[in-house]
Design a protein around this ligand. Sequence first.
Ligand SMILES: [Cu+2]
Length: 147
Amino acid sequence: MTHAKKFLFASCSIVCTLILTGAGCTTTPTDVPPTAPAQNPPVQTQPAPVVAPSPMPSVPAQPAPAASAQSVTIQNFAFNPATLTVKKGTTVTWTNNDPMPHQIKSAAFNSNPLSNGQSFSFTFDQTGTFDYSCAIHPSMQGVIVVE
Ligand SMILES: [Cu+2]
């Protein structure tokens, strides 16, 4: 508010009232505090995850090594086949089909006594000739040849 307007306001209230109410005097008696800037609402929404196409090509599962499985049946106090030739890495499974227990015994592998229907497996990771027998019936002989 200028000195002139103050003087005018103090000296001639009637005129000033007319002026204040008129279009020519728009000065407001009190300062209006500036409007507080609207606060930005807190950003809580998370952007949707962008699923980028995988740059890595799908790698097919590594094919299993050519290791195979072979079986030896124990029946009638004999290993069948008595001599089995396998590739290195092959797992051989003995299954006892006799009503009495048998037990695989060798320098490289040994089983627990196998009751009827029980099996024992051994994987041959080394080449060579592996003689084995039955720990309970030493006359039962077998050979696994790993090449
Ligand atoms: Cu036996």
